[in-house]
Structures are given as C-alpha cells and as structure tokens.
Design a protein around this ligand. Structure first.
Ligand code: ATP
Ligand code: MG
Length: 326
C-alpha cells in the first residue's frame, strides 16, 4: 500500500488510463494545412492515453485502458497493437454506430502542427463508465489522467470513479495537465484542480507548469503545487530534457539525448509512461528519469506516435549508442 504522495508499487495492481484511441494520418511533407491534395501516410495507432499505456506494457508493467473504438479497420489496428503489446483491452468497447476517432496531422515548416480531428463525433466521444470499465478501475493500482481527455463527456464520471477506486485500494495517481491556460476555467476547473491536488506525480511540459500553478515563475510554481499536496513533479522540456522536483525541495535535472527529431508526437506520453513504470518497479528517481529521457528521445526519431515505443532492451541499446547534451 502506498502513502499519500507516493507512487504505488506494481504489486498494487495495473496502471490504467481512460480516453481517446485514434488513428493518426500524417502528411509526408511539411507545409500549411490540408488545402490541396497531399501525400499522406497512415493509419498509425494513436491517441495520447493509448500511447501512454502501450509504453507501460512495453516495459513489462501491468496496463489497461478504458476506451471506445468503431467496428472498423482503424479500431482493429489499435486493438491489435494494444493486445500485442500486453495491454488489457477488456474495457474498450466497440461501437456499431460510430467510426474510430482520427487525427490528420501536417507539420509546418516552423515546427508547428496543423490538425484535423474527428473525436467528439467518433467512437472516442462515446466512452462511458461501463461495467467493464468499473471492473478494470476496481483492480487498478495506479490511474494516469490527461487534462486533454476531460473534454470527452463520459470521462469525468470515469475519472471520478477510478480515482476513488484506486485510492481505496492504496493505489496512486498521476496527472498530465496537457491543457492550455484558457481551458482551465469554469465548471471543469474544479475537477482539473482536484486532479492536480490529488496527484502523486504531476507531468507538465513547458509552460503548463506555470499555467497549472497559476503563477509566472518556475520555483514559485513548484512550491505552490507542493503546498497543494502534489507528491512530485517531473517537468518535460523537449530536446532540453527534463527536471524532477521532489516534495523535500530537491531538484534533479536530466539532459536530453541528441537525436534527429522526425515526429515529435507522443514523446511526452512515452516519457511519462516510462518514468511511472520505472518508479512502480521500485527504481530510484534518477534512473527512472534517465530511462524516461531516453524513451522520449527515441520516440521522436520514428514516424508515427507509437512506432518508437520501446522496452528496456531497446532502450539500453539506444542509451549505449546515443550522446547527450551538455
Ligand atoms: P508531446 O509533444 O507529445 O505533447 P510533451 O510536450 O508533453 O510531448 P516533450 O517535452 O516534447 O513533451 O517530450 C517529452 C520528453 O521527451 C522530453 O522531456 C525529452 O526527454 C524527450 N524529448 C522530446 N523531444 C526531444 C528531442 N527533440 N530530443 C531529445 N529528447 C526529446
Ligand atoms: Mg512536445
């Protein structure tokens, strides 16, 4: 059993997520949007929660996902990938009415991205707290939540149930705020704040740390969040690596690996899943952070958000063969 503020060990039960399972289809050449016929590549299995949980499984961690796909090929390739990698998909329902969600992405020359999403009116928008979802939540040892998924109507109820269930069993939670400042408002603001307060592990990237804390300075933001009860914060800094802030006030920086970025999508989820799984296995924070940096960096070298996910053997080879900044 974990204490409040601590990440529960593997023995408490699998790590679970809930949210969108999508296919991603990407333009092969950078440019602006989709206003003329283009060469496209895909479908690739995708969706932030799916990327996260697949990486947990690749590292040998217990893993399960609550989601919904259509009864179509896009749903099949996702289910096959998740199953192949060892994710429990018993709580993924198959809609006979809605198609699997999708995201078309094209990289801009300046590094930005243009998207055309179909989520709300797809199977992903139909996710509900089904009996299978309850069953999975009721045996889980850790719940990971992403701020971006809370816009799916059924997610709020699932998350509320799962947080309680996991806590009741002595499990832990992590939260990736993954949402812009403008969106942390109104009725949803209450659940967002509660998830932050409740998080044993917070995984913001870049300015999300400041937006989540509501202050303009990194040190103040960390102090404010710790005062709210957050157990530890691991900040993702893209190519610059990452930093872990612990409740005892200590700070640990990890330089980024030097890689050629082919496709940045999924790095944050792959990183977070790796850090979490290493910690749940009982690894020291420094080693977990190092593996997480390696996993995030390796993931951006492959086209397709889940194509660069990797187990420990592949990560060890990557680490041995790749230089780091500084
Ligand atoms: P996403 O773009 O998927 O939303 P994110 O913004 O949450 O991700 P990033 O900071 O982009 O997260 O990436 C997560 C981690 O992956 C970084 O902290 C770093 O360790 C690694 N990483 C990402 N991009 C690169 C890169 N270009 N070079 C080296 N490492 C990288
Ligand atoms: Mg990023």
């Amino acid at each position: 059993m974990s204490h409040r503020g601590e990440i529960a060990s593997e023995s408490a039960g699998p790590s679970i997520v809930a949210g969108e399972i999508l296919v991603e289809i990407m333009a092969t050449e950078p440019g602006l949007g989709f206003l003329e016929p283009l060469a496209l590549m895909g479908p690739y299995p995708s969706g932030a929660p799916a990327i996260f949980i697949d990486q947990v499984a690749r590292l040998g961690g217990g893993a399960g996902i609550i989601g919904c796909v259509g009864g179509d090929d896009f749903g099949t390739i996702n289910l096959e990938r998740l199953r192949r990698d060892g994710v429990d998909v018993s709580a993924v329902s198959v809609s006979d009415r809605y198609p699997t969600g999708s995201a078309f992405v094209r990289y801009r020359p300046d590094g930005g991205r243009d998207f055309v999403y179909n989520i709300a009116e797809s199977a992903a928008g139909q996710i509900r707290l089904t009996p299978e979802a309850r069953q999975l939540a009721d045996k889980a040892g850790h719940l990971h939540v992403m701020g971006s998924t809370l816009s799916i109507p059924g997610l709020k109820e699932i998350v509320a149930h799962a947080v309680k269930a996991v806590r009741a069993r002595g499990g832990s939670t992590s939260f990736d705020p993954n949402v812009r400042k403008e969106l942390i408002d109104g009725a949803d603001g209450a659940q967002f704040s509660a998830l932050v307060d409740d998080a044993d592990l917070l995984l913001p990237s870049g300015d999300e740390l400041l937006a989540t804390a509501g202050v303009d300075d990194e040190t103040q933001a960390v102090a404010a969040l710790m005062a709210r009860g957050v157990g530890e914060i691991v900040l993702k800094r893209g190519a610059a690596g990452s930093t872990r802030f612990a409740a005892d006030g200590s700070r640990m920086d990890c330089a980024g690996f030097l890689v050629e970025e082919v496709d940045p999508t999924g790095a944050g989820d792959c990183f977070g899943a790796t850090y979490l799984t290493c910690r749940r296995r009982g690894m020291e924070p420094a080693k977990a952070l190092f593996y997480a940096n390696a996993a995030g960096a390796r993931n951006v070298t492959r086209r397709g958000p889940m194509e660069g996910l990797a187990g420990f053997d592949v990560l060890d080879d990557f680490i041995a063969g790749t230089a780091r900044a500084r």
